[in-house]
Design a protein around this ligand. Structure first.
Ligand code: FMN
Length: 158
């Protein structure tokens, strides 16, 4: 399974094999209230640990950005379920990559709601969808920018 000299990745989730990280942006079909967001978060926090999925979800003025990471065979079906969720549409995949180590292991799913102003201060973007607009033009640069943005908000989650 592992090549000579290679060790399986170990984390709070135990020994892990091929892992996938997928990120997207989408738009809420109707603006979510605070209660609806909290309800969604409760559902996510209950379900993700059961399948070993971690990540981060940002919500900014009607748009989502999420990264989900975990075992490939869990992440892909979950991503399909999420894409079909009627609470949002215009889902654009930002990237899909295999990873050796989780970036968000302490968070089964972090949620951060932010204002356009906060987003602009951190990323220079005028909205989360700007990441989607860049997908075709850039790639690696965009991926790094997406991770950096998510990491910045993760760090401020206490
Ligand atoms: C923006 C967004 C992000 C979501 N993220 C997750 C997630 O990380 N994990 C999850 O299980 N469901 C997530 N969901 C919910 C799923 O789309 C789906 O409603 C849920 O998994 C179905 O759960 P159930 O079959 O137990 O009702 C998300 C939904 C939205 C709108």
């Amino acid at each position: 399974m592992y090549g000579k000299g290679q060790l399986p990745v170990e984390s709070s989730f135990g020994i892990e094999e091929e892992m996938l990280s997928v990120a997207y942006v989408s738009s809420a079909t109707s603006k979510l209230s605070q209660e609806e967001l909290i309800e969604l978060m409760h559902l996510i926090r209950e379900k993700n640990p059961k399948v070993g999925v971690s990540g981060m979800l940002l919500y900014c003025e009607g748009h989502f950005m999420q990264v989900i990471e975990g075992p490939e065979e869990k992440v892909m079906p979950l991503y399909e379920t999420i894409q079909a969720d009627p609470r949002h549409d215009r889902v654009v995949t930002l990237f899909e990559e295999t990873i050796e180590e989780r970036r968000f292991k302490e968070w089964t799913m972090g949620l951060r709601q932010l204002t356009a102003r906060e987003l602009e201060q951190v990323s220079g973007w005028t909205g989360l969808r700007e990441a989607a607009d860049r997908v075709d033009r850039e790639d690696r640069a965009n991926r790094d920018a997406v991770y950096e943005l998510l990491m910045t908000f993760r760090r401020t989650m206490g």
